[in-house]
Design a protein around this ligand. Structure first.
Ligand code: NAD
Ligand code: TYD
Length: 357
């Protein structure tokens, strides 16, 4: 049986963090989870409503930049494992408002590293099993041409304020390993999709607009390529890195599944036409596709070589893109109220009442 762990998950009310907590509570009953989340616009308590009463789970509303709060959690909860998801994560928002990205992604990561260093390396002897896993993105590597893949040794070349802030935090995490010996690991993952993704990101946005008969905005020529990975596969990879990864190492995680944006958008339209029939207009949902002005500095292609994690930790994706998209569309169809609450902002009232502003 896997050893007991006391896991601090940051950003657990967001898309990947919520999927990760559900996975841990279901499959790792000996692991206790403390979820520290500020509940920004991207955090939704409803994502974890079904586990909120579990005695293996505690939610703390707080900011990862709050050093006293973070240090207190390390001490009170005897944290031995950190899985750090909390971030500002949307590239378009980083273009119009980069300040929050610098604050949360860089200063927030620094604050967590300091808390881990003080708690784990100063004073009392080191516990076993310590692991600070920083969840990062393939976007730190920049943009590829038509060929080639990102490996763990590809030089960083971030192009957006989002990816620059993530690259900066990756460097800090590595520095804490080399300077202080903090037992860190980094994962750099490709684009995720699946349940609980905020409908500002491509896949849930296209689902939501299609259902409402609204335009489906495709940036530029629609031929930018992303390597899509089903979120549960990403979460399982993270667990493998916690259990079997080596300190000071980074691991690329990807779906080996490159698609042009236009292919993804068309697939969602076709799946909805197949499942629901044509909308009232009688036109296939593809007719809603509208090519719009390109994103500033839009990276052309991302593609991951996930050979290291496969060879060293035995992880590879289990869900094909076709299966994953089918599951995803079914989930969004079954959870249309969840999407509507996010789009009209009503999800906020629920926890603003519980926790105050
Ligand atoms: P998300 O935007 O859905 O969720 C982010 C969560 O962090 C939210 O719950 C938010 O409330 C919380 N948060 C934000 N600022 C905070 C702060 N200062 N203190 C505490 N909590 C705060 O993001 P996501 O898509 O789930 O991504 C999670 C992580 O995975 C991020 O670090 C992101 O860079 C990385 N990542 C995402 C993808 C992807 O495709 N979504 C791919 C690779 C890596
Ligand atoms: P996104 O989901 O924002 O993820 P990222 O920028 O981190 O890759 O976007 C995925 C791709 O879809 C990206 O190439 C930008 C494009 N895109 C659109 O064409 N239209 C949209 O409305 C959005 C949100 C994204």
């Amino acid at each position: 049986m896997e050893n007991r762990r006391s896991v601090l998950v940051t950003g657990g009310c967001g898309f990947i963090g919520a999927n990760f907590i559900h996975l841990l509570l279901k499959e790792y009953p000996d692991w206790r989870v403390v979820n520290l989340d500020k509940l920004t616009y991207a955090g939704n308590l409803k994502n974890l409503q079904t586990v909120s009463e579990s005695d293996k789970y505690r939610f703390v509303r707080g900011d990862i930049c709050d050093a006293a709060r973070v240090t207190g959690i390390f001490a009170d909860e005897k944290i031995d494992t950190v899985v750090h998801f909390a971030a500002e994560s949307h590239v378009d928002r980083s273009i119009t408002g980069p300040a929050d990205f610098v604050q949360t992604n860089i200063v927030g990561t620094f604050t967590l590293l300091e808390a881990a260093r003080k708690s784990w390396l100063e004073g009392s002897p080191r516990a076993e099993n310590l692991c600070f896993l920083h969840v990062s993105t393939d976007e730190v590597y920049g943009s590829l041409g038509d060929t080639g893949f990102f490996t763990e040794t590809t030089p960083f070349d971030p192009r957006s304020p989002y990816s620059a802030s993530k690259a900066s935090s990756d460097h800090l995490v590595n520095a804490y390993f080399h300077t202080y010996g903090l037992p860190v690991r980094i994962t750099n993952c490709s684009n995720n999709y699946g349940p609980y993704q905020f409908p500002e990101k491509l896949i849930p946005l296209v689902f939501n607009n299609s259902m409402k008969g609204e335009q489906l905005p495709v940036y530029g020529d629609g031929k930018n390529v992303r390597d899509w990975l089903y979120v549960k596969d990403h979460c399982e990879a993270i667990v493998e890195v916690v259990k079997k990864g080596r300190s000071g190492q980074c691991y690329n995680i990807g779906g080996n599944n490159e698609k042009q944006n236009i292919e993804v958008v068309t697939l969602i339209c076709d799946l909805l036409d197949k499942k629901l029939g044509l909308p009232e207009s009688g036109q296939p949902r593809r007719s809603l596709i509208t090519f719009v002005k390109d994103r500033l500095g839009h990276d052309r292609r991302y593609a991951i070589d996930a050979g290291k994690i496969k060879e060293q930790l035995g992880w590879e994706p289990g869900v094909s893109f076709e299966q994953g998209m089918e599951k995803t569309v079914d989930w969004y169809l079954a959870n249309q109220e969840w999407v509507a609450d996010l789009v009209d902002g009503s999800y906020k009232q629920y926890y603003d009442k519980m926790y105050g502003r």
